[in-house]
Design a protein around this ligand. Structure first.
Ligand code: ADP
Ligand code: MG
Length: 655
């Protein structure tokens, strides 16, 4: 009776109810009738709140009106499905807006009561809802990744300090006198696209040049064609089919193709031709030049590239053309050697960043006339800490240049940041950036740390020589070298700590087949082209998956097959192992059990994200940018503000 009276009061005077409830709360511990009644009234307002009350207090039995009880009884019997959906639907939709997570529970509740719908239909509908939810999670992840990329992109672009300071911006690519043959120019866009599709070439950029499928049609002179024939090169590889016309036409280029696919010729042949053209129009005089500059991340690679230029220059001269003079500017060589060529007027300089900076600073070399710049293994160079050097080198240019970047691995972060230094660049991709060469069979073996050196002897039995062994640390290289020598293996070793003469001697002996095994740090992992390397052994897994791709790319070059064995154990970083696992899956290689069992939940996530796979920052396939260990390391480094100069001077000395 009293309860009914109070309820009426509450309905008519809300403020009275508030007072009652307040006093009720205060009196809860006393357990008086009044307080109990106040609670009853509160819960009578809605059936939901009465349920809550039930959970809070086991002894408490709320009052449920007869009508409501009847309805619940009917619903239990499944007779008023319609009614049930009517009552639950609006409630769930309003709550949806507020609570995302409770949606699933509600859906289940709603569906659970629809007895007139087949389980199969309910299942399909639930699946749809789950998928929609998953999709939004993917969207969320992608948005987050975009944000991170944007924040990274806000860092300084890769432009020379002088250009940045003067605000110089070049709008149009350099014009050259080279034109494709008329019938190739007449090819329709569809025909061009067909060729690209056949060769799996992806081209991005404004108005790209047509692909050309023979060196002769690219209008190379007899000397070059002879030089190619002398090396047994008959038809261009896909990167050459699209890359050579692009570079010959004067366009800036980012060229990405797997290891051993012939990227070198894409920048060597045009620069030789341009130098020749310059020489014809106005011969280079004393101290003039260079016209072209090629920067490489290691001395060995610089030397190799220089030799290739000399090869074509020699063949051109044999056909009565003027000499194309090139010189090497790299640490470990006396400057006088380079000076000798420079003083006669140099057409092409091949350099490593450290020595080049030094020579530019001392004004031994100027880039006043330089109109062609190529960075081989460009991403590695920037990753190795040469970014500031490259920026400084850019600022020595006095006019517009044609800029080319090449690598087998080119994470988006580097592409984006390098693009600022290019003018209307064309990007050519043959295969995914960062993918390993399909010519290499990759094996991964678990070997305990202490058993590794001994195991190398077994490993060497897998194939005939020559074999390359990579290790991260200089001490490990020395240790392996010593062990192999003790066991009677014809081995040589190179690393940044050895003097240049020793390094050159070792590489030359290995190149001509006098030595069977070369043990090296990553100085030998990029770009070196030893003939017929049968087997690459990774004594340890490199910290970056890109370095792994470059290391194993020393074998299986130019359509030959090769084998790579990588020794891992519990010391190996899990994140790089995940990247490795996905690289093996991508390359259709056998994934060993211990790798397969690694973080299956991460793999699940990875698959969910569909096409946009891998980390956009470093290119690793096993993680997303949100968990990128490299990005974190870089950020930590920036935060702790380690003197980059000190770090650089060390690296420069090594390379
Ligand atoms: P990348 O720089 O892409 O790793 P390289 O330019 O060093 O590859 O070339 C790898 C090897 O392939 C070299 O020995 C080179 O002589 C050879 N090569 C280059 N182009 C061709 C071609 N068109 N046909 C056959 N072999 C080629
Ligand atoms: Mg190369």
């Amino acid at each position: 009776m009293l309860s009914r009276f109070l309820w009426l009061l509450v309905a008519k005077r809300p403020h009275f109810a508030w007072v009652c409830l307040q006093s009720g709360k205060r009196k809860i511990k006393t357990g008086s009738n009044f307080e109990t009644m106040a609670q009853v009234k509160r819960y009578r307002k809605s059936s939901k709140s009465s349920e809550d009350g039930e959970q809070d207090n086991d002894d408490y039995v709320p009052y449920v009106p007869v009508k409501e009880r009847k309805k619940q009884h009917m619903m239990k019997l499944g007779r008023v499905v319609q009614l049930a959906s009517e009552t639950t639907q609006p409630k769930s939709s309003s709550e949806n807006e507020n609570e995302d997570d409770s949606q699933g529970a509600h859906d289940a509740e709603t569906w659970g009561r629809k007895y007139n719908i087949s389980l199969l239909d309910q299942h399909t509908e639930l699946k749809k809802i789950a998928e929609a939810k998953k999709l939004s999670a993917v969207e969320k992840q992608l948005r987050e990744e975009e944000k991170i990329m944007e924040s990274i992109a806000q860092q300084k672009a890769l432009m020379g300090v002088a250009e940045l300071a003067k605000g110089i911006q070049y709008e149009e690519p350099i014009k050259t006198s080279w034109r494709p043959p008329r019938y190739i120019r007449a090819m329709s866009e569809e025909e061009r696209q067909n060729i690209r599709q056949q060769l799996r070439i992806l081209v991005e950029g404004e108005n790209p040049s047509p692909p050309i499928r023979s060196f002769r049609e690219m209008k190379f002179p007899k000397g070059i064609l002879n030089g190619l024939a002398a090396k047994g090169i008959k038809t261009p590889t896909p990167i050459q089919v699209q890359g050579l016309p692009t570079v010959l036409a004067g366009r800036d280029l980012i060229g990405i193709a797997f290891t051993g696919s012939g990227k070198t010729l894409v920048f060597v042949l045009p620069v030789v031709m341009f130098a020749l053209e310059q020489e014809f129009s106005l011969p280079f005089e004393r101290n003039e030049g260079p016209y072209g500059l090629i920067i490489c991340p290691s001395r060995e690679l610089a030397k190799q590239t220089h030799e290739i230029i000399q090869h074509y220059s020699k063949h051109l001269q044999a056909c009565g053309m003027p000499e194309v003079r090139s010189c090497l500017a790299m640490g470990g060589l006396p400057v006088s050697e380079a000076l000798d060529v420079i003083s006669r007027g140099v057409h092409i300089v091949v350099a490593t960043p450290g020595r080049l900076m030094d020579m530019l600073d001392k004004k031994i070399l100027t880039l006043d006339m330089c109109r062609y710049l190529c960075m081989d293994e460009a991403d590695r160079m920037i990753d190795m800490g040469f970014e500031e050097d490259v920026r400084t080198i850019f600022s020595f240019f006095k006019g517009q240049r044609q800029t080319l970047l090449f690598s087998a691995t080119m994470p988006k972060k580097i592409q984006n940041f390098a693009r600022s230094a290019l003018v209307k660049p064309v990007t050519i991709n043959v295969g995914r950036a960062g993918a390993a060469s399909m010519n290499v069979t990759q094996q991964v073996e678990y070997v305990k740390q202490e058993a590794k050196v001994v195991y190398l002897l077994d490993c060497l039995q897998k194939t005939a020589p020559p074999v390359l062994i990579f290790a991260e640390k200089k001490q490990d290289v020395d240790c392996i070298h010593e062990y192999l020598l003790l066991k009677g293996v014809e081995a040589v070793a190179i690393h940044g700590g050895k003097d240049q003469e020793e390094r050159s001697r070792a590489v030359d002996a290995y190149r001509v087949g006098k030595k069977d095994v070369l043990v090296a740090t990553d100085v030998a992992s990029k770009g070196l082209d030893f003939p017929n390397v049968q087997h690459v052994i990774n004594y340890d897994m490199p910290d970056d998956i890109e370095n792994y791709v470059h290391r194993i790319g020393r074998t299986g070059r130019s359509n030959t097959k090769g084998l790579a064995t990588t020794l891992i154990n519990k010391i190996t970083e899990q994140s790089v192992l995940l990247d490795l696992k996905h690289l093996l899956i991508e390359g259709k290689q056998q994934v060993p059990d211990f790798l397969d069992e690694l973080a299956p939940e991460a793999e699940h996530q990875h698959l969910d994200l569909g096409d946009s796979h891998g980390c956009t920052y470093c290119g690793g396939l096993g993680h997303r940018i949100t968990e990128c260990p490299k990005l974190e390391a870089v950020q930590n480094k920036q935060a702790s503000n380690i003197g980059r100069r000190d770090y650089l001077s060390n690296t420069a000395a090594d390379y």
